[in-house]
Design a protein around this ligand. Structure first.
Ligand code: AQP
Length: 365
């Protein structure tokens, strides 16, 4: 097997296994996998909890796979034209945020058929009860009139995404921790049930940011900032909002009547805590530095303005680069096709290994 992605070629081939496949090798560089759904407008929570961290991971020496998980997004009905538009738009957001296609594999999930095929195989080792217990399924299905089987199966597809790449690390926001834990359970179960030639899967770890793992809505600091609520006025800061919109959103942010500008876990002070957390995550300042930055602030008006300024400074270049990428859809598609080819080179051998170990006749190269 030849893989022209630096570092991947060093992955060991088990001599006893007739199917060329990737096998865990402790000496290989770490691998990371993560993704985002092309639904709704990406927001500041997605940026702080996920994309900003992915960009930082590119300097950590890991081999990274960043995916636009369009198959996940159709677990809830999407307008087809809108979905296609949002999928390309999200690719441009990744690139504009700093995902470098020469250092990371950037691709669309549906371009690599191994994801759906591996999901089927993993479905057959996943007890139904594990899926029925998932918090996200309970929350999302409660909001739907008709719940698709895909919505229940969502975390198994996520497990397939991660396990196909032997990912050691899965950088996600806190809301996805339960799904990564389920992925670990599925991988362990598969390794045990079909472990005749050794383990098939690396057991991945969720990598949750210490600051900004759960950015809350500006209108309601008790609920997480979310794409599905982003049409609610004042709820989310869109990643592509212009400076005036960003400032307006922060000016409307819910605070409290204490007037104190300090980090706090008091639920009544959650609004101010959220603003300080956003500022801290964006600027990279420590808790003490953040509190001293606001020591001479005159009330929450100053706080909101300063947080807005920091977010505008961070997002303005992202918005400008986004507009450039969107002007050249052919180049965008070329990058995505290249990413899909690189992803397939890793995912297909792993799929073949899964099939072989489960007892299927695997022929050809
Ligand atoms: N509020 C948040 N704070 C920190 N991280 C967050 N993430 C989402 N919301 C926050 C992280 O963003 C990544 C992409 O998530 P996704 O597109 O798969 O969908 P999601 O987790 O369901 O995100 P949304 O925005 O809340 O969408 P809806 O409203 O459709 O559910 C993930 O790493 C997630 O943890």
């Amino acid at each position: 097997m030849e893989i022209d992605n630096e570092g991947l070629a060093s992955v060991a081939q088990p001599a006893s296994d007739p199917i060329a496949a990737t096998e865990a090798d402790l000496n290989r560089p770490k691998r990371a996998f993560s993704g985002m759904q092309p639904t709704g407008e990406p927001h500041l929570g997605n940026y702080i909890g996920a994309v900003k961290r992915w960009v930082q991971m590119q300097d950590s020496g890991s081999i990274n796979f960043f995916c636009i998980v369009d198959l996940h997004s159709v677990t809830i009905h999407q307008d087809p034209d809108e979905l296609r538009k949002r999928t390309r738009s999200l690719a441009a957001v990744y690139l504009a945020s700093g995902i470098d296609p020469d250092r990371s594999t950037l691709f669309i999930q549906s371009h690599v058929s191994a994801h759906a095929e591996a999901c089927w195989l993993l479905n057959c080792v996943t007890p139904l009860g594990w899926l029925q217990k998932m918090t996200q399924f309970k929350d999302k299905s409660a909001k739907q009139e008709s719940v698709s089987t895909g919505l229940l199966d969502y975390p198994v597809l996520q497990a397939a995404d991660i396990l196909l790449y032997d990912a050691d690390q899965v950088p996600v926001g806190e809301d996805q921790k339960q799904h990564v834990e389920l992925t670990r359970n599925i991988a362990e179960r598969f390794n045990r049930l079909y472990g005749q030639d050794g383990p098939t899967f690396v057991i991945p770890e969720p990598v949750i940011p210490t600051v900004g793992a759960r950015i809350m809505g500006l209108d309601d600091p008790t609920s997480k900032m979310s794409k599905s609520a982003s049409s609610v006025r004042g709820h989310a800061v869109g990643l592509l909002d212009d400076p005036a919109e960003i400032e307006r959103s922060f000016k409307r942010a819910v605070t409290d009547s204490s007037g104190e500008i300090r980090f706090s876990d008091n639920p009544e002070r959650a609004g101010v805590n959220n603003l300080l957390t956003i500022y801290r995550a964006i600027t990279g300042r420590t808790t003490e530095q953040v509190e001293s930055d606001f020591a001479s602030a005159r009330g929450y008006g100053d706080l909101k303005l300063k947080v807005a300024e920091a977010v505008i400074a961070e997002l303005t270049p992202v918005r400008e680069r986004y507009q450039q990428f969107m002007q050249d859809p052919a180049e965008l598609d070329r990058l995505l096709a290249r990413g899909a080819e690189q992803a397939r080179a890793v995912a297909m051998p792993k799929l073949r290994q899964m099939m072989h170990r489960m007892g299927m006749v695997v022929v050809g190269g």
